[in-house]
Design a protein around this ligand. Structure first.
Ligand code: PLP
Length: 430
């Protein structure tokens, strides 16, 4: 492969490539990356940036980690892929065993797939097929919170926020789901039981049609970067049981320590019937996701019309991805990540606090290694993105949210640099 020169690279990118949620042809700035190492992204233009995004929650141990590279090389020597129909392998079995150990006890059965959106599709299909197998085929709908984000495929999109997910655009292709308001009581706010009224009323009125409640526990990610009271999760668990509805928790963003607990549902001390994980699973090395469920649920499928769960991706349990994920989880277990995450939380709190005094700022909040500055007005990406690059950090705000979730290995002075850049750029806004 002959490398392209910088102008060709950008020119051809603009001519042929879609970027996430970007216009085509892409008119916004795009920054070519040469390599990445530790917490740094090296641009083709020579700048070195501290990555404040961990490549969208994934790269918790930094880039080009020797242990992840070594695990990948060792797996490539054996095989990078083999079909999973009728075959199995060391990496998938050991990774499944590890996930079962890390997650709450009742979750015993692991379904591997390629991306978070598909893990959500799988979870929703599991819930529907569970009720179908139990003679309740009318339970096909889902209850969820507004401002949620669960992925971009059709079933996942149907439980994303209806406004930001532009549901009206896809109206006749999307299932109408049941929405309740996004939880309003903040993470450390004062709990009031009335907060569950809308949730309970919906279950009481429509429980017969609802297969499961699905939401992101404690942290609503891409839908609003909002941290809410863990009692919502605890009470939702009780209400789901009372009204005969399954509980699916989407921990694709929050899983593996990001919030300060291994899983965000640990704050509520409850276990879902179905759990989705992804993003940080391979430490940002490559795409892999999983849907975990209880023995009770998976055993029910045998009594149903299909007899088996009706899903099976071509690249299911890809050995290369599983080997890297296994090493990544070993790496996570090898040091005191809780202290690291809590140190980053403290640094983000003190570093972002001065933003509160800026006129453009509405709110500043931190939970675990996630820092959020909410603005009154949406940012102009074409303006702020190059400003952050000029400050030596990589951040990717959206809408009214400037936020950071750096790798756990980010050092104090690097967290301080991220916070300083956020303050500097916001201070320049009119
Ligand atoms: C990112 C994300 C997804 C979708 O994952 P993809 O790998 O992008 O398909 C689903 N749910 C949550 C909470 C996410 O943050």
């Amino acid at each position: 492969m002959q490398p392209l020169d910088l102008n060709q690279l950008i020119e051809l990118d603009r001519r042929h490539l879609w970027h996430p949620y970007a216009p085509m042809p892409n008119t916004g700035p795009v920054f070519p990356v040469r390599s990445a190492q530790g917490v740094h992204i090296q641009l083709e233009t020579g700048e070195q940036l501290i990555d404040g995004m961990a490549s969208w929650w994934t790269c918790i141990h930094g880039y080009n980690h020797p242990r992840l590279n070594q695990a990948a090389h060792a797996q490539i020597e054996r095989m990078s892929h083999v079909m999973f129909g009728g075959l199995t392998h060391q990496s998938a079995v050991q990774l499944a065993q590890k996930l079962v150990q890390l997650t709450p006890d009742p979750l015993q059965h692991v379904f591997f797939c390629d991306s978070g959106s598909v893990a959500v599709e799988v979870a929703m299909k599991m819930a529907i097929q569970y009720w179908h197998s139990r003679g309740q085929p009318h339970k096909q709908n889902f209850l969820t919170f507004r401002r949620g984000y669960h992925g971009d495929t059709f079933a996942a999109m149907s439980v994303c926020d209806p406004v930001t997910g532009m549901h009206h655009l896809f109206r006749s292709s999307l299932v109408d789901q049941y929405f309740v308001e996004s939880p309003r009581i903040p993470f450390a706010g004062e709990w009031q039981d009335e907060a569950m009224t809308a949730f309970e009323t919906l279950l009481a009125e429509h429980g017969d049609n609802i297969a499961a409640a699905i939401f992101e526990p404690v942290v609503q990610g891409a839908g609003g970067m909002w941290f809410y009271h863990p009692n919502y999760v605890r009470r939702a668990r009780e209400l789901c049981d009372r009204y005969g509805v399954l509980l699916i928790l989407d921990e694709i963003a929050t899983g593996f320590g990001r919030t300060g607990r291994m899983f965000a549902c640990d704050y509520a001390g409850i276990c879902p019937d179905i759990l989705c994980v992804g993003k940080a699973l391979t430490g940002g090395f490559m795409s892999l996701a999983a849907t975990l469920t209880t023995a009770h649920i998976s055993q029910t499928f045998a009594q149903g019309e299909a007899g088996v769960f009706m899903h099976g991706p071509t690249f299911m349990a890809n050995p290369l991805a599983c080997a890297v994920a296994l090493e990544n989880l070993d790496l996570l277990a090898s040091y005191d990540w809780r202290s690291r995450v809590s140190a980053i939380a403290d640094q983000l709190k003190s570093g972002l606090e001065p933003c509160r005094d800026l006129p453009a700022v509405k709110d500043v909040r931190v939970l675990g290694a996630i820092g959020v500055v909410e603005l009154h007005e949406p940012v102009d990406m074409a303006v702020v993105q190059p400003q952050f690059v000029a400050q030596g950090v990589w951040l990717r705000p959206f809408g009214r949210l400037v936020y950071t979730m750096p790798p756990y290995i980010t050092q104090p002075e690097q967290v301080a640099a991220i916070a300083r850049a956020i303050h500097t750029v916001i201070a320049q806004m009119r």
